[in-house]
Design a protein around this ligand. Structure first.
Ligand code: GRF
Length: 201
């Protein structure tokens, strides 16, 4: 059985690329069936089209608020029979209507070791705080900001000479490794949410 994935993006799409490549190379039993962006000229849309995947721009500003917008997004995902929604550089907070439509079926990647440094500019937060290690986290989405149950994390060192950009590059390499891995675990039925925790196995 191949898991059908929908990916929500807003920008560059390097995580989307890593996910699509892992699927194509047969590393995970999954397939990206649709990519949706709230930004019309997001390079991620082009990456999807190059793979022959449906790539849709849904303009947030064309709707009367988040609920209406998310109903349309959820409709597109359902039309494609999506079983797991992956946020990959999607710059909007997911609201109730999308959460309800895909309960425990929305995951995200964040470029820090949560619960440290949630929200925007996580790599800059880490550099400015002076931590010795940072990393990335794949987690389920809940109503908070970067607060849902944690699936996988990877650690990278933070060097004294690091700029946020240099640290971001080091973290990104790990993102591209653990995001497909987490999707593989989900696809194989290896993730069980128990309260705050995700049990693997
Ligand atoms: C990544 O650093 C991801 O962790 C964060 O946004 C960035 C998206 O990069 N949520 P890309 O669009 O996947 O290249």
């Amino acid at each position: 059985m191949v898991l059908k994935i929908g990916v929500l993006v807003s920008g560059r799409g390097s995580n989307l690329q890593a996910i699509m490549d892992a699927c194509d190379e047969g590393k995970i039993p999954a397939q990206v069936v649709v990519v949706i962006s709230d930004v019309g000229d997001a390079p991620a849309l082009e990456r999807a089209r190059l793979k022959g995947i449906d790539a849709v721009h849904v303009d947030y500003h064309g709707f009367n608020g988040k609920t209406e917008y998310e109903q349309v997004v959820a409709g597109i995902l359902k039309d494609h029979h999506v079983e797991l929604v992956c946020l990959a550089g999607y710059m909007r907070i997911v609201g109730r209507s999308l959460l309800d439509a895909f309960q425990n079926r929305i995951i995200n990647i964040h470029p820090a070791l949560l619960p440290s440094f949630p929200g925007l500019d996580a790599q800059r937060q880490a550099v400015e705080h002076g931590v010795r290690f940072s990393g990335c986290t794949v987690h389920f989405i809940d109503e908070g900001v970067d607060s849902g149950p944690i699936i996988l994390q990877a650690v990278v060192p933070v060097h004294q000479s690091d700029t946020p950009e240099i640290l971001a590059q080091r973290i990104l390499a790990e993102e591209h490794r653990i995001y497909p891995e987490a999707i593989g675990l989900f696809a194989r039925g290896k993730l069980k949410i128990e309260g705050r925790k995700v049990m693997l196995g």
